[in-house]
Write a protein that binds this ligand. Structure first.
Ligand code: FAD
Length: 455
């Protein structure tokens, strides 16, 4: 065999797995067809957060007046922002590449496909490897409606030449609500069209309601319970038909309607790697596919599609295969954030999930953050703890509000450790902060039980 390990895909999962395996002394090769660092670095988490931050500066400039500043806010320069973002992404991509070569991995720039369970083809090169890891991630999908090609997907949103004056975003998952906030904060008219009654399916219902209110508050027009029907072009303008025959003329239609694992055309079926109905590679607890020497990590398995999960899986697999330290990654209590405006962060069970298994005590508070009593901005923070009524363990913590991702990361440690409500209560707060509310939630808001869930 030419290599001990061949990794297909140089994203969060693949780079970590290749780098750590090489560090353990394995002979490693890794192929990437597009850009090193994958989705997160190039067209995902990192550039997305930079765009969110661009919007925040505008709001701060407005809010500063309440604190005595006189700031004349000029127009926003989208092209300058994108150029700055591109420079940063190029820098990071270079770092990812260097990390791999520095670790001693052999790099292939190109698309890799499987010829058999031990042979990979990259262009006209063929190499063999004892073990193969598929880390090809996922890609956005457009809905199957007439004119769908006239809309953009998230990959395109990072490279728009100009800021659209108006955008219709179809979908209400995390990417949809994040971009709604970005475009709105930079001055566009934004419509959000989605099938659910509330945005962010799967998140706690109080957060979803709070987010819908916040989106409306900032002038985003919500169209719940609506499916897209068609898109037509009228010169540079787009006409989106949705719901019960409603139409919307807009400069840009943006489909944030879901992602699919990138498993097509890799030769997986030919070598016997089993996929599920959504094209994801089926893996066991050891991340092994149905072919014993082929593994899969990250979004291509479509379990928890987040960068820290992808890197954790890549690292655990490298330790297991080459580090003499077999281990797996828990899928429980994985914290996550949505960088909406304001952001959301969450760890553990939602009230709806928890109360089907056990009665739960709910502690919840909403308040105006201190800053906005002076800024005058209409903005609310919501914090919520879901506590097992019997054991008093905190099984879920949820927040909508400024700094939520920074705050919930710390709270997540307590939840992973199995902290009880009494542990939260005996922790002294840091004053004056929003975070201190999590340790001063004295009054139970309600008890939700198995019976309520059944209704
Ligand atoms: P990817 O990063 O997608 O990497 C797969 C790589 O494989 C790609 O670079 C691809 O080009 C390459 N590839 C595919 N097929 C082949 C082939 N045959 N040969 C060679 N190379 C191939 N997660 C968070 O945790 N926080 C966030 O804030 C966040 N924001 C996001 C925002 C957006 C807009 C998107 C789209 C995603 C976001 N995510 C976020 C999710 C995160 O980006 C993914 O979970 C993460 O990138 C998954 O890593 P991966 O290595 O599995 O896949």
């Amino acid at each position: 065999m030419d290599f001990d390990l061949f990794v297909i895909g140089g994203g969060s999962a693949g780079v970590r797995c290749a780098r750590i395996s090489a560090g353990h002394g394995a002979r490693v090769a890794v192929a990437e067809e597009r850009f090193w660092g994958g989705t997160c670095v190039n067209i995902g988490c990192v550039p997305k957060k930079l765009l969110v931050q661009a919007g925040e500066y505008g709001a701060w400039a407005d809010d500063a007046a309440g604190f005595g500043w006189t700031i004349q806010k000029g127009p926003h320069d989208w092209a300058k922002l994108i150029a700055a973002k591109d420079r940063e992404i190029t820098r990071l991509e270079g770092i990812y590449r260097k990390l791999l070569s520095g670790a001693g991995a052999t790099i292939f720039d190109g698309r890799a496909v499987l010829e058999d369970a031990h042979t990979v083809r990259i262009g006209d090169k063929r190499v063999t490897a004892e073990k193969i890891v598929i880390a090809t991630g996922g890609h956005p999908v457009r809905p199957d409606i007439p004119g769908a090609e006239l809309g953009i997907i998230s990959d395109d949103a990072f490279y728009l030449k100009t800021l659209p004056r108006s955008v219709a975003i179809v979908g209400s998952g995390f990417i949809a609500v994040e971009f709604a906030g970005i475009f709105r904060a930079l001055g566009a008219e934004v419509h959000l069209i989605y099938r659910q009654p509330q945005p962010l399916r799967g998140f706690d219902h109080d957060l979803r309601k709070g987010l819908a209110d916040a989106l409306q508050q900032q002038g985003i027009v919500l169209h719940p319970n609506c499916s897209p029907e068609s898109v037509t072009a009228d010169g540079a303008s787009r006409l989106l038909t949705f719901g019960a025959g409603q139409t919307l003329a807009t400069e840009l239609v943006f489909f944030a309607t879901g992602r699919r694992p990138s498993t097509r055309g890799l030769g997986l079926e030919d070598v016997g790697v089993a996929l599920n109905a959504k094209d994801a590679i089926r893996v066991d607890d050891d991340l092994r596919s149905s072919v014993p020497n082929i593994y899969a990590i990250g979004d291509v398995t479509d379990r928890i599609n987040l960068t820290p999960m992808a890197t954790a899986e890549g690292h655990a697999l490298a330790d297991t295969l080459f580090g003499g330290r077999p281990r797996s990654v828990s899928l429980q209590n994985v914290p996550s954030a949505v960088f909406s405006t304001p952001p959301i962060a969450t760890v553990g069970l939602t009230e709806e999930q928890a109360c089907t298994m056990r009665p739960v005590d709910i502690y919840m508070t909403t308040f105006t953050p201190m800053r906005h009593n002076l800024s005058g901005r209409a903005r609310r923070t919501l914090m919520k703890l879901v506590v097992d009524s019997e054991t008093q363990k905190v099984v879920g913590a949820h927040m909508l509000g400024e700094d939520a991702p920074e705050i919930i990361q710390g709270i997540a440690i307590a939840v992973v450790m199995g902290a009880t409500k009494a542990d939260f209560d005996r922790t002294i707060g840091i004053h004056p902060t929003a975070a201190e509310e999590f340790v001063t939630l004295r009054t139970r808001t309600r008890v939700t039980g198995v019976a309520e869930a059944a209704e």
